[in-house]
Design a protein. Structure first.
Length: 382
């Protein structure tokens, strides 16, 4: 376990260092049309290409806010009901800590805050809060910003960078508010996210060389879940922001090291055929519960997880995941484009937990501006 954590942190550190080096190198003027261009659209497109199938067909600002903003609900000890959140108290406390960062970190001291939240030097659960900061905020948030900028630009929206920044702010602020909930007091977590990692991620992926490196070399993509609303129980299910990277092991790009992460993290292998169809498998760990180490610091306990994934052109079409946890012992997602029913482009979700509660939902891919699907209890023993 310790060696696995060491390897993950080393890989992440090398990726971040490479991104920094590429970002500082600047961008050279191209004499020919780059391969990442789209006919009829200006600029380069690394993370959004307007595909009408798979996970990329669901990329949308509202979906990003829902999946990312309510992501903490994936923890077993958190309610899946958005109505249970104390938004007013959460917003006030997050704003207080962001406006007074010295006060927020003063209880344990700046050096302890820096070691836990920023410096990747500890591999223990008590000192590894930096890991989601690097993976979900720096790399994931940076890529999401770039994907949103490309989305707005693709659809002809003026000032796409401004809109992308505003979308990321809504996503991250809601995420902090939901995680804070009714707590009142010092909270150093949003200080690290908002004042260090979120702006650093936006800065990194604003550089063409960095965006190109993570897209073309590491094949990074957004593989988020299609969130489903359960009206009978007023629950949000199957939500969460997920990412993937693949590092090719051969020149043809047929075999690759596969890494998938969000609330879970799976490492494995991928095989891609000549038509761009890719099958991946990974094993790893999933975050189960959000635990308080003390009054100011949080960590998670973990459960074994794994999954099978099928994508085309790096747009996820199907996934079957399993985890030794109470929620979503098994989870199947079929994305729009895999099954065609006229022009509806439906996607399907089925989940089973340890209480043998089976959830099912449907997402209509052609309803681009609707950020959630609809679902309910398919079978429940209790």
């Amino acid at each position: 376990m310790r060696m696995a954590r060491h390897l993950r942190n080393r890989l992440a550190a090398e990726a971040v260092c490479a991104a920094l080096a590429l970002g500082c190198a600047g961008t050279a003027a191209a004499t020919t049309a780059p391969p990442d261009s789209i006919p009829g659209h200006q600029g380069t497109y690394f993370y959004y290409r307007g595909l009408d199938y798979g996970s990329q067909s669901l990329v949308h600002p509202l979906r990003l806010v829902v999946n990312g903003g309510f992501g903490i609900m994936q923890m077993e000890n958190r309610s899946n009901r958005p109505g249970d959140i104390d938004y007013a108290t959460g917003a006030r406390n997050v704003v207080d800590n962001l406006l007074h960062p010295q006060w927020a970190v003063s209880h344990s001291g700046f050096w302890d805050f820096f070691q836990r939240e920023v410096l990747p030097v500890s591999f223990s659960a008590n000192g590894g809060q930096y890991w989601p900061n690097y993976m979900n905020h720096l790399l994931g948030g940076g890529m999401s910003y770039r994907a949103m900028e490309e989305y707005y630009r693709y659809h002809g929206v003026d000032h796409p960078r401004t809109w992308a920044g505003a979308t990321l702010f809504c996503y991250h602020f809601l995420n902090e508010v939901v995680e804070n909930d009714s707590y009142v007091g010092r909270n150093p977590d949003p200080v690290a996210d908002f004042w260090i990692f979120n702006p650093a991620g936006i800065w990194l992926f604003s550089h063409e060389n960095v965006a190109r490196f993570f897209s073309n070399k590491l094949h990074m993509a957004d593989w988020s879940y299609p969130a489903v609303w359960m009206p009978e129980k007023q629950e949000l299910q199957n939500n969460g922001q997920n990412y993937v990277m693949k590092y090719n092991l051969d020149k043809e790009g047929h075999r690759a090291i596969f890494y998938h992460w969000g609330a879970d993290a799976e490492l494995g292998l991928s095989h891609t055929d000549d038509q761009g169809r890719c099958f991946s498998f990974g094993l790893g760990l999933r975050a189960k519960n959000l635990l308080e180490l003390d009054n100011l610091s949080k960590t998670v306990d973990l459960a074994v997880s794994g999954g099978f994934f099928y994508d085309r052109d790096n747009s996820l079409l199907a996934s079957l995941q399993f985890a030794r946890s109470k929620d979503y012992r098994y989870r199947l997602n079929l994305y729009p484009g895999l099954v065609k029913v006229g022009k509806l482009q439906p996607g399907f979700f089925v989940g089973v937990n340890d209480n043998e509660r089976m959830l099912a939902g449907i997402t209509i891919g052609s309803l681009r501006h609707v950020p959630v699907g609809i679902g309910g209890d398919f079978f429940e023993t209790q």
